[in-house]
Design a protein around this ligand. Structure first.
Ligand SMILES: Nc1ncnc2c1ncn2[C@@H]1O[C@H](COP(=O)(O)OP(=O)(O)O)[C@@H](O)[C@H]1O
Ligand SMILES: [Mg+2]
Length: 267
């Protein structure tokens, strides 16, 4: 991966919450590089700082120290125009898809908003063709869902709708924070396969955040292991899983149930 363009780099990125005795260092001077077209997993137990790290990369949370670089220059989020430009390139999906949607909008409007964000003037037919194409990318039928409200969909359908929106917005970087934790095992592997397809067809960079080292092994090129705000080990997914160097990584691997649908120790 080192020969590929670096899109995002974190240098000594730090986040401290609270003051005095109540101080928590959620992210502690971490360094990372995410390359174009790469799927990177950030793996750690609950509370290890993964979401805090993701929110700082997104620019939704201000860092206490360190920097985030985007395309080789310090990221600027000062003006409205800066933020608009950055968020066109970098999008996120979170654990609870219901929290990211306006629940009073029907599916058609949720998808139409993505078309409007693109700014192109399209005919009604072209708009509908784009919405259908996005739905079929995630195996949803636009005709069946377009009039429904989010609460009429299952968790798996909602996550797929989130991915349909990403397909339409085609950001350069997608941050997926535990996108499979609220869906059943079957929808889980479908969602992972869709992330792989987004990367393969659009050369998207995907940051996949999970507590499940098995899922990370299944989708990623590179793994970062996070423990108590620190990155304790990083490398190609194969090396990390088949030859872990850090005791915390070994513990995470041992905690995975032995029979795991995405786990293939034989290879
Ligand atoms: N807004 C906040 N205020 C105070 N502490 C927070 C806040 N968000 C997260 N934390 C703390 O930071 C640590 C890391 O949390 P988080 O980034 O959510 O971890 P993860 O996503 O790996 O479960 C935890 O100890 C959590 O309690
Ligand atoms: Mg989290």
């Amino acid at each position: 991966m080192s020969n590929r363009e670096t899109l995002i780099r974190g240098k000594d990125l730090t986040k401290v919450f609270g003051y005095g005795n109540g101080k928590t260092t959620a992210v502690d001077a971490v360094n990372f590089s995410f390359h174009k077209g790469e799927i990177v997993s950030i793996v750690g137990e609950s509370g290890s700082g993964k979401t805090t790290l993701a929110k700082m990369v997104m620019g939704l949370l201000k860092e206490s120290g360190g920097t985030v670089e985007y395309k080789g220059a310090p990221r600027r989020l000062k003006s409205h125009a800066d933020r608009k430009r950055y968020w066109k390139d970098i999008q996120a999906i979170f654990q609870d898809p219901f929290s990211s949607f306006n629940l009073f909008y029907r599916v058609e409007k949720l998808l139409m908003d993505c078309i409007k964000l693109q700014g192109a003037k399209l005919s009604k037919e072209e708009q509908e063709r784009k919405m259908k194409e996005a739905c079929s990318f995630v195996n949803l039928k636009f005709e069946e869902l377009h009039n429904k409200y989010p609460f009429e969909l299952s968790g798996g359908q909602m996550q797929r709708l989130m991915i349909a929106r990403i397909f339409m917005l085609h950001p350069k970087v997608l941050i997926a924070d535990e996108p499979t934790s609220m869906v059943d095992a079957c929808s889980r592997s479908t969602i992972l396969d869709m992330l792989l397809k987004l990367r393969d067809e659009n050369d998207m960079t995907i940051i996949f955040i999970t507590h499940d080292v098995g899922l990370a092994y299944y989708v990623s090129d590179t793994i970062y292991i996070m423990e108590k705000g620190k990155i304790v080990e990083t490398g190609p997914a194969e090396d990390i899983i088949l030859n872990p160097q850090h005791s915390y990584t070994r513990q995470l691997i041992n905690d995975v149930p032995k029979i795991h649908s995405t786990w293939d120790l034989g290879s």
